[in-house]
Design a protein around this ligand. Structure first.
Ligand code: DX5
Ligand code: ZN
Length: 227
């Protein structure tokens, strides 16, 4: 089963509540929130204050993707604002294992985000602290970029690595982020992704609810591709 996590980065913020409601009506499973600090990535976006507003707009789990330096200082604030899943980039923490454990201590599911050039070995070393891995299929910072083709092979290797880790690895879900469109979702699902972040392919469309439905429909064809 695949799940869609629409990213509000591409939403119209003058009517954020309506946009989130539309995504939810279309069958979204999470609301993905891209937190950027202008240091780790060349863009500045959303803080706990907006997460708090998103919390009031939906009952869906909030998936906070932290692209910020010193994430330890902010995990508590995002959890308090209503985030349910929090993911961090290993490059932003001196003690990745400890940061992941802080996320769980705050009552959230913990995720590790791998940039296109970040090695999978981080996952091997932290698998016991992980609820999910967020694989970047673009370089983080902006919505609307093109899916990096080599991410498919990396995704297959990540799936294999988690399967080899046995029960510890198999319960770790794989989320993919960047350049997901109706044309590639089935192929990406067949390669092992379960949760699909989609910004411009949901909120860039005139009807976000229908856009989520289309992604779900097209992604469900993975079975045909996998055989
Ligand atoms: C990029 C963000 C993504 C972004 C995806 O740094 O992490 O979540 O919103 O946008 P699309 O789906 O348009 O590539
Ligand atoms: Zn993201």
């Amino acid at each position: 089963m695949i799940e869609i996590a629409p990213s509000i980065l591409s939403a119209d913020f003058t009517r954020l509540g309506d946009q989130i409601a539309a995504a939810e009506a279309g069958g979204a499973a999470y609301i993905h929130v891209d937190v950027m600090d202008g240091h780790f990535v060349p863009n500045i976006t959303i803080g706990p204050f907006i997460v708090e507003a998103v919390r009031r707009a939906t009952n869906l789990p909030i998936d906070a993707h932290l692209m910020i330096e010193n994430p330890d200082n902010f995990i508590g604030a995002f959890a308090k604002a209503g985030a349910n899943l929090i993911s961090i980039h290993p490059e932003t923490s001196y003690h990745v294992h400890r940061t992941l454990s802080y996320i769980r201590q705050a009552g959230c599911q913990a995720g590790l985000v791998l940039n296109p050039a970040t090695p999978l070995t981080y996952v091997e070393e932290t698998v016991d602290e992980l609820d999910f891995v967020l694989l970047m299929s673009v370089n983080p910072g902006f919505g609307g970029q093109k899916f990096i083709a080599s991410s498919l092979d990396k995704l297959r290797r990540l799936r294999a690595l988690l399967d080899q880790a046995g029960p510890r690895g198999r319960r770790v879900r794989i989320e993919i982020d960047g350049g997901i469109v109706p044309e590639n979702i089935a192929e990406v699902a067949a390669a092992g992704a379960e949760i699909f972040v989609a910004g411009s392919s949901v909120f860039g469309k005139p009807d976000p609810a229908e856009a989520v439905r289309e992604l779900l429909r097209r992604g469900a064809r993975q079975e045909t591709l996998a055989v």
